[in-house]
Design a protein around this ligand. Structure first.
Ligand SMILES: Nc1ncnc2c1ncn2[C@@H]1O[C@H](COP(=O)(O)OP(=O)(O)O)[C@@H](O)[C@H]1O
Ligand SMILES: [Mg+2]
Length: 256
């Protein structure tokens, strides 16, 4: 690959699985032979490190405050490189412009070294969510089958399409009961966007709702799920394959 490709993970609503999906996707894409970095932008509530079972030593805020170097804040894990922006409330003492400038510099550095950069967003639309939308080549919307989840992503799309009419969004449906259930949720969202916004949103894939995920999380073995559960393993294989293909061709119809 010549250039790195940047994927944002957004949802509006919290707790839908953005961080879980970004962590496992990073792992899967790495397994397919690519260099992957993840930036955890959930200010104050970062938890990619929990999913990857890592301790955060330094954050982007430490770098801004000159308590750490750029290399110090890049945690090279077996799954991917992880950069945490803020894991406490330190970011409140840094103004937004300084933070976003630092993130731009970080991104320029990562672009030289990684094939894929995945950026996990906080819930809602704080300024950092707009930075993610702005720098991403593609934004992955993580959706669940709940009216509030669908209406949040719909409003996000509406806002972004007003600013940039050819913006590229993909949909990942999480916590589905079965394949048909996931496709139905996508269909509901797709029809809404087609009818009122006259836009297409690509379907990247889905992840089943599994009780076992919570059990694995409790014992700090979140990533083991994609080794032990054949269905989840296959779903992350499809998601990662579709993401890689998106960057290789200008594919317009990716069907899992
Ligand atoms: N497909 C799933 N099945 C079961 N639990 C899930 C699934 N996806 C996410 N979870 C759990 O839901 C919780 C919220 O997920 P998280 O990724 O932190 O959401 P977000 O980043 O969107 O706020 C986590 O405890 C996570 O393990
Ligand atoms: Mg999260």
């Amino acid at each position: 690959m010549n250039d790195s490709t940047i994927f944002g993970f957004l949802s509006g609503k919290g707790g839908v699985g953005k961080s879980f999906i970004a962590s496992n996707l990073a792992t899967e894409i790495t397994k397919k032979g690519y260099k992957v970095a993840v930036i955890d932008c959930d200010l104050g509530f970062s938890n990619i490190s929990t999913f990857l079972n890592r301790k955060v030593n330094f954050t982007v805020i430490d770098w801004i405050k000159q308590r750490a170097s750029l290399n110090d804040i890049i945690d090279i894990t077996p799954q991917c490189s992880l950069i945490t922006v803020s894991n406490n409330f330190d970011h409140n003492s840094v103004n937004n412009e300084t933070l976003l400038n630092a993130l731009d510099q970080l991104l320029n550095h990562l672009k030289l070294n990684y094939d894929f950069i995945l950026i996990d967003s906080p819930a809602g639309t704080p300024p950092i969510a707009f930075w993610i939308l702005d720098v991403s080549n593609f934004s992955n919307l993580v959706l669940i089958d709940e009216p509030t989840s669908i209406s949040d992503v719909y409003r996000l799309c509406k806002y972004v399409f007003n600013v940039k009419s050819d913006y590229r969004f993909n949909a990942i449906i999480n916590q589905t009961k079965n394949e048909t259930d996931g496709l139905n949720t996508y269909d509901k969202f797709k029809k809404l966007v087609e009818k009122f916004l006259k836009k297409e949103i690509l379907y990247l894939g889905q992840v089943y709702q599994k009780e076992i995920i919570a059990d694995y999380l409790k014992i700090n073995q979140c990533l083991q799920i994609i080794e032990d559960d054949k269905e989840i393993k296959n779903q992350f294989h499809i998601l990662s394959k579709n993401i890689i293909e998106l960057t290789q061709n200008s594919i317009t119809n990716v069907i899992g």
